[in-house]
Design a protein around this ligand. Structure first.
Ligand code: IPE
Ligand code: IPE
Ligand code: MG
Length: 248
């Protein structure tokens, strides 16, 4: 199906996912299959990010959350980590105009204070420069860990209980969710993982309780617009029951 037909079909179906989250995986394998260093896979992965961000904004996705760097990723070789961090730094600086021309607002979630000062500053500047945009929110999960997010929320709640700001008897799921990085955001409707792995890898553990999962074998650097549209079309065929009984 040509690209335009995918977009037309998605629009006709109507039930667009509001929030799409992606575990962008397979950069390393993409590179090693070409006999190249893993770093070139990450370079190629950046191009996919640009393509998918624009495609998602165009079809009307409200929030796109990208798993960009996990807390566990620090365990990788130092040279690979610094390459990813450098890419992040360069792109947050160079892509601001592109984000603005597509009316996209940049946000970030994770242990942001665990990033270096210069990277934090670049990120802050990019978020500041795009904060008035009213189109899609591009939310980067950076130095992110799902368990850490939940634990941090618990610590903040305990602090607020001690200060008398929270009545523990009134603590419910909605209030708990306000202490997460995703405060104010709807849970992801669709979670895509590329490169065939069938696991969450510590991503959005609280928020994915009723998220529709889509795994594709395509490696992230090869993941194109049509692959993204196929995932959205697949989502549009799902029957989300949330535990209820509905006519199928
Ligand atoms: C995803 O690709 C990028 C990050 C985790 C930062 P990988 O680097 O995990 O690629 P594979 O899984 O080794 O192929
Ligand atoms: C998850 O991918 C993290 C990101 C995409 C940033 P990994 O490649 O780190 O996950 P595992 O190690 O295969 O579970
Ligand atoms: Mg991986």
């Amino acid at each position: 199906m040509p690209r335009i037909n995918y977009e037309k079909k998605i629009a006709e179906n109507g039930n667009l996912p509001e929030h799409v989250a992606i575990i962008m995986d397979g950069n390393g394998r993409w590179a090693s299959r070409r006999g190249q260093p893993r770093t070139s896979g990450h370079n190629a992965g950046v191009n996919t990010v640009k393509t998918i961000v624009k495609a998602a904004a165009r079809i009307g996705i409200k929030i796109l959350t990208l798993y960009t760097f996990s807390i566990e990723n620090w365990k990788r070789p130092k040279s690979e980590v610094s390459h990813i961090m450098r890419l992040l730094y360069e792109k947050t600086r160079s892509e601001v105009d592109e984000l603005n021309s597509n009316n996209i607002r940049l946000t970030a979630m994770g242990k942001i204070d665990g990033l270096s000062v210069s990277r934090r500053r670049a990120l802050k500047q990019a978020m500041e420069a795009t904060k008035k945009n009213t189109g899609m929110v591009l939310n980067l999960a950076l130095n992110y860990g799902g368990r850490t997010e939940i634990l941090e929320a618990v610590k903040k709640i305990v602090r607020d209980i001690k200060r008398g700001l929270v009545n523990p008897r009134k603590l419910d799921e909605d209030m708990f969710a306000k202490y997460l990085y995703t405060n104010g955001m709807p849970d992801p409707d669709l979670l895509i993982r590329t490169s065939g792995e069938r696991r969450l890898s510590n991503f959005l553990l609280w928020q994915t309780s009723y998220t529709e999962l889509y795994v594709t074998d395509v490696l992230w650097p090869d993941f194109g617009e049509s692959d993204f549209f196929k995932a959205v079309l697949d989502y549009q065929t799902r029957n989300r029951r949330f535990g209820e009984v509905t006519a199928s």
